[in-house]
Design a binder for this molecule. Structure first.
Ligand code: ARG
Length: 315
C-alpha cells in the first residue's frame, strides 16, 4: 500500500518524511525487507504533516467481511476442545467423506467464497476429495456441516518435497458454501514484514489432528492451542542437523508440550489483526519432527509472504 502511494504521489517530501518515520527503530529492516511501522492514532506524530495515503490505514483488508469470530470467550497437543463451530467459522477439513463422517487428511482455511488455503504437502499421496465446512464434532450426526467437492487445486510452483519450502496450496471448491457457512478468515495484510516472533500473544492453531505422538489418529472434535513463537534463527539452529533450512518465509512455534500434529497440516495459525478484532491467517501448519518434541518446534508457512501469489490465483 505504501508502494501504491509512492507510485501515485511520487517521492514527495511528505512521503519521504513518512518513510523516515516509519523505518525508525523498533521498525527498520528485516533481511532485505523494510519493516514499516504504521501510524499509531493514540500517539501524536511529532511532525504534523500527514500525507494523504500512507497514514490512511495502509493495511485495510480487501475481503468485505472476514475474520469475525462469534465467540466471546477468548488449545491439538496441549490444547483444548473448541466448543462452538462459530468460533473459528473458517476452519475446514480436507478429507474423504465416509457416510456422515469424514476421513481427515488435512486442515484448511476458507479465505473467500470459492477458495480454501492449505498446505501443498496435503496433495501427492492420498488426496482429499472434499472440503468440509461448519464442522465441530465429526461424530455428532447433525447436519450443520457442508461437504463441497474439490474442483481443482493450485500447488505453489516452488513447493519442494526435499526442502519443504513454499508449503502452500489453494483449493477451489466446485460451489460456494451456503451463506451461513460463508465465513472466511482475513488475509494477513497487517502482518506484512512484521516479525512473527514479536507477537507476544503467540499464534492460535486449530485442527482435528492427532493428540498423541504414538497413536497418530485424528480426533473427532476440533481443538485449539496458543503457541509461543520462536525466532527463525533459533529455530534454524535446532533444525541444523536435519536437511531442512528454516527461512523468513516460515514461522516456528510450539513449546514442547503444545504443538500441532499429524492431520493438522494445512490448517491455520491465526492472530488478531493488529488494528482490530478480526482474525487473520498468519501461518499454515507445515511440518515438525514428531509432535511436541522439545528439540523441534513446529514449522508453519508464513502467509504474508505469499499474498501476491494468493491474490493472483484466486481472481
Ligand atoms: N506434517 C504433518 C501433517 O501432515 C504435521 C505437521 C505439524 N507437526 C508438528 N510437529 N508441528 O499433518
Amino acid at each position: 500500500r505504501v508502494l501504491r502511494a509512492i507510485r501515485r504521489l511520487g517521492i514527495t517530501p511528505s512521503v519521504l518524511d513518512f518513510l523516515r518515520a516509519a523505518i525508525k527503530s523498533p521498525c527498520g529492516f528485516e533481511e532485505f525487507d523494510f519493516t514499516l511501522c504504521c501510524h499509531d492514532p493514540r500517539r501524536p506524530t511529532p511532525t504534523q504533516r500527514p500525507t494523504q495515503r500512507p497514514t490512511q490505514r495502509p493495511t485495510e483488508a480487501p475481503t468485505p467481511s472476514c475474520g469475525i469470530s462469534e465467540s466471546t470467550n477468548n488449545r491439538i497437543i496441549g490444547g483444548q476442545e473448541v466448543t462452538s463451530a462459530q468460533k473459528w467459522a473458517w476452519a475446514a477439513i480436507l478429507g474423504i467423506p465416509n457416510g456422515n463422517r469424514i476421513r481427515v487428511l488435512c486442515g484448511g482455511t476458507l479465505i473467500n467464497d470459492r477458495y480454501v488455503l492449505t498446505a501443498a504437502h496435503c496433495f501427492g499421496g492420498t488426496d482429499p476429495t472434499h472440503v468440509r465446512l461448519g464442522e465441530l464434532d465429526i461424530a455428532s450426526f447433525d447436519n450443520r456441516h457442508q461437504d463441497i467437492r474439490i474442483g481443482s487445486k493450485i500447488i505453489h510452483p516452488n513447493w519442494s518435497r526435499r526442502t519443504l519450502k513454499n508449503d502452500i496450496a489453494l483449493v477451489r471448491m466446485v460451489s460456494t458454501p451456503r451463506p451461513a457457512l460463508n465465513k472466511p478468515v482475513c488475509l494477513p495484510y497487517s502482518y506484512v514484514n512484521v516479525r512473527p516472533e514479536n507477537l507476544k500473544e503467540g499464534g492460535v492453531v486449530i485442527g482435528w489432528g492427532a493428540i498423541d505422538n504414538h497413536d497418530k489418529a485424528t480426533v473427532d472434535t476440533l481443538r485449539e492451542a496458543i503457541l509461543p513463537i520462536e525466532s527463525v534463527s533459533s529455530c534454524n539452529r535446532k533444525y541444523s542437523d536435519t536437511n531442512v533450512n528454516i527461512g523468513n518465509d516460515q514461522i516456528c512455534a510450539g513449546s514442547g508440550n503444545k504443538d500441532t500434529c499429524q492431520g493438522d497440516s494445512g490448517g491455520p495459525m491465526l492472530s488478531l489483526e493488529r488494528d482490530g478484532s478480526r482474525w487473520s491467517i498468519i501461518g499454515i501448519t507445515s511440518f515438525g519432527v514428531d509432535c511436541a518434541d522439545t528439540r523441534f518446534p513446529g514449522v508453519y508457512t508464513r502467509v504474508d509472504k505469499y499474498l501476491d501469489w494468493i491474490e493472483q490465483n484466486t481472481k
